[in-house]
Design a binder for this molecule. Structure first.
Ligand SMILES: [Zn+2]
Length: 142
């Protein structure tokens, strides 16, 4: 299951950016993942659950945006979408094609919870016991 290794790398960089932002936890990670990586969604989710245990990303939502493969024909220079197994040019039937999309694996976005004093995500489902008194008064009467 090569998804485990892939997810390890993803989680690693997600955790690094979360730490740099002094996040309390990661809420959501959105990935772009090309079909040519041959990753199975379920296996990715499963790996993520296991690997994120006891990290900032525990319980976070993993969103997978699948990117379908796309190639350019080296003979007629046309671009076309295809599936994982058919890379023949549909226009001139050439087999000399170059993959231009579908092998990517990138982190699109990470949503994190920031500490109160950073006024980050405040969706209010954190049991607030007095700590964050939000006084949003703007003293502007000329
Ligand atoms: Zn062609």
């Amino acid at each position: 299951m090569h998804e485990m290794g892939i997810m390890e790398g993803v989680l690693d960089s997600a955790l690094k950016s979360a730490q740099q932002a002094h996040a309390l936890r990661i809420r959501k990670i959105t990935l772009s993942i090309g079909d040519m990586t041959e990753c199975i969604d379920d296996a990715l989710q499963f790996s993520f659950e296991i690997l994120s245990e006891n990290t900032l990303a525990q319980g976070a939502t993993l969103v997978l945006n699948k990117v379908s493969p796309r190639s350019v024909c080296l003979d007629c220079r046309k671009e076309f979408d295809h599936d994982r197994f058919h890379r023949q040019c549909p226009y001139c039937q050439s087999y000399s094609t170059d993959l231009i999309a579908g092998r990517e694996l990138s982190i699109d976005s990470i949503e994190v919870d920031l500490p109160d004093d950073n006024k980050g995500v405040s969706e209010g489902n954190v049991a607030s016991d007095g700590g964050g008194t939000k006084t949003a008064h703007s003293e502007s009467d000329s």
